[in-house]
Design a binder for this molecule. Structure first.
Ligand SMILES: Cc1cc2nc3c(=O)[nH]c(=O)nc-3n(C[C@H](O)[C@H](O)[C@H](O)COP(=O)(O)O)c2cc1C
Length: 365
């Protein structure tokens, strides 16, 4: 075991967690908590959000994010000369999965992705258009095990189709009250948190102008208000145009990651999340901005499994219509096997971003 002589026996674990807490999670929820055990071990308690978040059906988005966390922990531990061995302990009825993480000394090479962990951040604003070079594509391909494939969409006609698809998916999200319950919670409207938020998404990171931001804040305060302006005043058209359509065109391209079958098990979601985390960090290392486009993937699973996720019949019809469009665009097999989608582009550092809760708030007694 490495010499880790210091007053606090947990220093090594704390050092790793301090870095790994910068791992991204959906809407910056940070669904994980850590319990310190020994000098070289800790537990990860990860709670899925399926009780309130319509998008976390069966906890699958949380499971995927757990893969993001594992990969971030692995890269950080390697930097300090350790590998991490994960053992699942329980998956309780309270939607919480517990893993034991054991640090094991290793002589393996450090990862070149380490320095990207803290600087990586979602870029929701328009980005530069220059497509990926062959060298950049090859570097991205090294992140992907054999069972996965990556498909790039860089032609203007393809970006246009994806823009329309994301716009349509946002229509589904905005017309259903189940979506409103999520959107009204995840944006941080507190004064002082407009640019950086430790618990949610800061409004300035959304890529919309100040007037649309103010209107969104006003509308999201109450469902009947939001519903009225969406239904009768076309109040979400401009926001969808800016956030979904324009950004889809104003980027280098989009990619779709697929597995060799539909992902189903916790292990498959976690492995997929690890691959996506490596990809995102590689984009960051290459100086490219990145924005996940998760709605087509999650809606594809809901349609495939015939899940009644909303009481709103218009939303249920629209989700099917958009999924048909996705199938027409990428093929039925790729739709079933889809794991993740995102856009990327030449971009400077995001000027507004989510930050994180302090580690002390992520530690369990
Ligand atoms: C599984 C997963 C899905 C996500 N889906 C989206 C998405 O559809 N659209 C988006 O703008 N951001 C998406 N995000 C980005 C998160 O909102 C973002 O990473 C988080 O708020 C933390 O912010 P940061 O990346 O700036 O650190 C997703 C993140 C994860 C982990």
């Amino acid at each position: 075991m490495k010499n880790n002589s210091s007053s606090n026996p947990h220093n090594l674990v704390l050092k790793i967690l301090e870095e790994a807490r910068w791992c991204p999670s959906p809407d910056n929820i940070q669904p994980w908590r850590f319990k310190l055990l020994t000098e070289t071990s800790f537990e990860i308690h990860c709670k899925d959000q399926s009780d309130w978040m319509v998008y976390d059906i069966n906890g699958h988005v949380t499971w995927l994010s757990l893969g993001f966390l594992f990969e971030t922990l692995n890269i950080t531990a390697l930097e300090l000369g350790y590998e991490v061995q994960y053992t699942k302990l329980t998956q309780s009825a309270e939607q919480t999965i517990i893993f034991n993480a054991q640090l094991i000394p290793t002589t393996k090479n450090k990862s070149a992705l380490f320095t990207s962990i803290k600087s990586r951040s979602v870029q929701r604003k328009p980005m530069g258009l220059k497509t990926l070079t062959l060298i950049e594509k090859n570097e991205l391909l090294t992140c992907i095990p054999n069972e996965f494939s990556i498909h790039f969409f860089e032609k203007t006609s393809q970006k246009f189709k994806i823009g329309k698809l994301l716009y349509g998916n946002s229509t589904t999200r905005y017309i259903m009250e189940e979506g409103y319950r999520v959107h009204s919670k995840v944006i941080d409207w507190h004064k002082g948190n407009e640019q950086f938020s430790a618990t949610k998404i800061p409004p300035k990171s959304l890529g919309i102008d100040p007037i649309t931001t103010a209107l969104t804040k006003w509308a999201l305060a109450d469902w009947s208000r939001f519903h009225f302006i969406e239904k009768y005043l076309a109040g979400t058209v401009w926001a969808k145009f800016l956030m979904d359509f324009c950004t889809s065109i104003r980027c280098s391209g989009h990619f779709l990651l697929t597995y060799n079958k539909p992902i189903e098990t916790l292990e498959e979601f976690v492995e997929s999340g690890q691959v996506v985390m490596r990809l995102w960090l590689t984009f960051e290392k290459l100086g490219l901005g990145f924005q996940p486009e998760y709605t087509p993937i999650m809606f594809a699973e809901m349609v495939r499994k015939n899940i009644q996720f909303s009481q709103n019949t218009k939303a249920m019809k629209n989700v099917k219509k958009m999924d048909d469009k996705l199938k027409y665009f990428i093929g039925e097999k790729n739709t079933f096997n889809s794991v993740y989608m995102a856009r990327y582009g030449r971009s400077s550092v995001a000027s507004s971003r989510s930050i994180r809760k302090p580690l002390s708030e992520l530690l369990l007694p």
